[in-house]
Design a protein around this ligand. Structure first.
Ligand code: ADP
Length: 481
C-alpha cells in the first residue's frame, strides 16, 4: 500500500460503512474489498448482503410503502428537503469519498454532490396534483398520479452519487419506497448517503444494500418489486428487462451511448476544440453521454485533430485528490483493460496522435488519446469506449455525416458544432437520439428530461417526465349523482 493510500485508509477508519435495511444500519454477511483506482490497492472494506438480506430489504420497503404513500406529497417533499440539507451538511465528506472510490478529480466530485443536492431540492418542490380532464354538469373525469410501490434502484460506478439521488428523489416524492443497490466497485458513497438518510426517513422507506455484482437478478425478478430504475450498460439492461418481464415490471433503463459530435464547416476550430475535449474527457470519458466520436469536415480535419492532440498532451492526468489533476484514472480494472484492448485495435485501424497507452504505476491511468484517419466502422468508432479516448472521423457532406451519426444501435445524445445555430437546429432534427445539443454537450438542466432512443434506453429521468416515471396514471371517472 502506498503512503497516500495508507493515510486515506486511516481516515476512513473513523467511519464504518454499513448497509441500511428497515431503518437499521447493519453489517453485511460477507466482506467486499474496495479498490482505490488511483493506486490499484484495496483501501477499504465494507459488508455486502446475501440473498436473505436482500429479501429483508425488499420486505422492509414493502412494509413501509402504505404509510409512506399515504402521506401527503407536501409531507414527502418536506422530508426530501430535509434529506437534501443533511446531505449538504456532509457534502465535503461525501465528495472526498467519491474521489477516493470512483477516482474523479475533486472539483468534479464536488460538482456531482452539488448536482445530487440540486436534484433532491428540485423534486422536493414538485407536486402531483389531480388533473381534471373534463367536468360537465353531470360528469367529472380526473387523472391521478399514484405511486407504483417498491422501486429497485440499480446504479453504476461512473456517477454513484448523482445517479442515486436522481432515482431516490423522484421515487420518494411520488410515494414509492426503495431498495437501492450501487455497483460493487463504488458502494461507499451510497452507504454514506444511506446513513445520512437513516436519521431522516421513516424505517424501510429507503434501503441500501451492497452486492458483489450478484444480487441484481434477485432485485429485478422479485414479485414484490414494482419498478426497476436501472442505469448501466445496454448488455445488463437487456438482462434487467428479461428478468422483470415475468411480473411485468415498470422499467426505466438508462443505458449506453455512443454520442456523435458533428463539427460543421462553419465552426471555429480554436473555440470549440477545448469544449469538445472536455465533452469527451470529463470523468475520464466514463459518461454515457460523453462525446465518443467526432466527425469533422475535410477542410477542418487537420486543424481540429491537431488542436485536440495538443489538449490531450497538455492535460494533467493523476489521482483525483491532487489539485492539479484534470483527468483521473479509469474506475476499475475491468474497464481499464477493456479500453486498453480497444486502443490496441485503434492503433492498427487509425493513427494515434496523442496518448494511446497506459501510464506507469499501479493505478488505472490511461493517457488521454486522440486517434485519426479511421474508417467509420473502426472498432474505436463503432463501440462505446467509456474511456479517455477521442476518435476523429473525416466526412465529405452533411448527408453522409447524418447517416454516419445515425448508424448506431445507440441513440442517447449527440451534438452539432456550428457558427449558425439555425443550421444546427435543422440538422439536429434529423438525428435519432434522446437529446441533441447545438454548440454544447452535457448540458443537463434539472427541469429538462433526459433519456435514450433505440438501445440507449427506455423512459426518461430528470424533470417532470422523470417524476412521472415513478407513478402510474389512474383515471377517476365520476357521475355526479
Ligand atoms: P458495467 O458493465 O459497466 O460494469 P453494469 O451495467 O453491468 O455495468 O452494471 C450496472 C449495475 O447493474 C451495477 O450495479 C451492477 O451490479 C448491476 N447488475 C449487474 N448485473 C445485473 C443483473 N443481471 N440484473 C440487474 N442488475 C445487474
Amino acid at each position: 500500500m502506498t503512503a497516500m493510500a495508507a493515510i486515506e485508509a486511516r481516515r476512513l477508519g473513523t467511519w464504518a460503512p454499513r448497509m441500511l435495511i428497515g431503518g437499521q444500519l447493519v453489517e453485511g454477511s460477507a466482506d467486499l474489498e474496495i479498490v482505490d483506482p488511483a493506486t490499484g490497492e484495496v483501501f477499504a472494506t465494507c459488508g455486502r448482503a446475501d440473498r436473505a438480506q436482500a429479501a429483508q430489504a425488499i420486505a422492509a420497503a414493502s412494509e413501509a410503502f402504505p404509510a409512506w404513500a399515504a402521506r401527503s406529497v407536501e409531507a414527502r417533499g418536506e422530508c426530501l428537503a430535509l434529506l437534501a440539507d443533511a446531505i449538504e451538511a456532509r457534502a465535503d465528506e461525501l465528495a472526498r469519498l467519491l474521489t477516493q472510490e470512483q477516482g474523479k478529480p475533486a472539483p468534479q466530485a464536488a460538482a456531482e454532490v452539488a448536482g445530487a443536492i440540486g436534484t433532491m431540492r428540485y423534486y422536493a418542490a414538485e407536486r402531483l396534483p389531480l388533473i381534471v380532464v373534463r367536468e360537465t354538469g353531470t360528469d367529472l373525469i380526473a387523472e391521478q398520479r399514484v405511486p407504483l410501490g417498491v422501486v429497485a434502484a440499480i446504479t453504476p460506478w461512473n456517477y454513484p452519487v448523482s445517479l442515486l439521488a436522481g432515482k431516490v428523489a423522484p421515487a420518494l416524492l411520488a410515494g414509492n419506497t426503495l431498495v437501492a443497490k450501487p455497483a460493487a466497485t463504488t458502494p461507499l458513497t451510497s452507504l454514506l448517503f444511506g446513513e445520512i438518510a437513516a436519521a431522516i426517513l421513516p424505517p424501510g422507506v429507503l434501503n441500501i444494500i451492497v452486492d458483489a455484482n450478484d444480487l441484481g437478478d434477485l432485485l429485478t425478478s422479485d414479485p414484490a418489486v414494482a419498478k426497476v430504475s436501472f442505469t448501466g450498460s445496454t448488455a445488463t439492461g437487456r438482462k434487467v428487462m428479461a428478468s422483470g418481464s415475468h411480473t411485468l415490471k415498470r422499467l426505466t433503463l438508462e443505458l449506453g451511448g455512443n454520442d456523435a459530435a458533428i463539427v460543421l464547416d462553419d465552426a471555429d476550430v480554436d473555440a470549440i476544440a477545448p469544449r469538445l475535449f472536455r465533452a469527451a474527457m470529463i470523468n475520464a470519458g466514463q459518461v454515457c453521454m460523453a462525446a465518443k466520436r467526432i466527425y469533422a469536415p475535410r477542410a477542418l480535419y487537420d486543424p481540429l485533430c491537431e488542436a485536440l492532440a495538443a489538449l490531450a498532451k497538455a492535460a494533467v492526468v493523476g489521482p483525483g485528490n491532487r489539485p492539479e489533476t484534470e483527468i483521473g484514472p479509469l474506475q476499475n480494472r475491468a474497464q481499464y483493460e477493456r479500453v486498453l484492448d480497444l486502443l490496441g485495435s485503434a492503433s492498427r485501424e487509425g493513427r494515434v496522435i496523442a496518448g494511446g497507452e497506459a501510464l506507469p504505476g499501479g493505478g488505472y491511468f490511461i493517457a488521454p488519446t486522440v486517434v485519426r484517419d479511421l474508417a467509420p466502422d473502426a472498432r474505436i468508432v463503432a463501440e462505446e469506449q467509456f474511456g479517455p479516448v477521442i476518435p476523429v472521423v473525416a466526412y465529405d457532406d452533411e448527408e453522409e455525416v447524418i447517416r454516419l451519426a445515425n448508424a448506431s444501435e445507440f441513440g442517447l445524445a449527440a451534438s452539432i458544432w456550428t457558427g449558425d445555430h439555425r443550421r444546427g437546429l435543422a440538422l439536429a432534427q434529423r438525428i435519432t437520439c434522446g437529446t441533441v445539443w447545438v454548440n454544447k454537450h452535457l448540458d443537463l438542466p434539472l427541469d429538462v428530461s433526459f433519456g435514450g432512443a433505440k438501445q440507449s434506453g427506455i423512459g426518461r429521468e430528470r424533470g417532470r417526465a422523470g417524476l412521472e416515471e415513478f407513478t402510474q396514471l389512474k383515471l377517476l371517472n365520476i357521475a355526479k349523482q
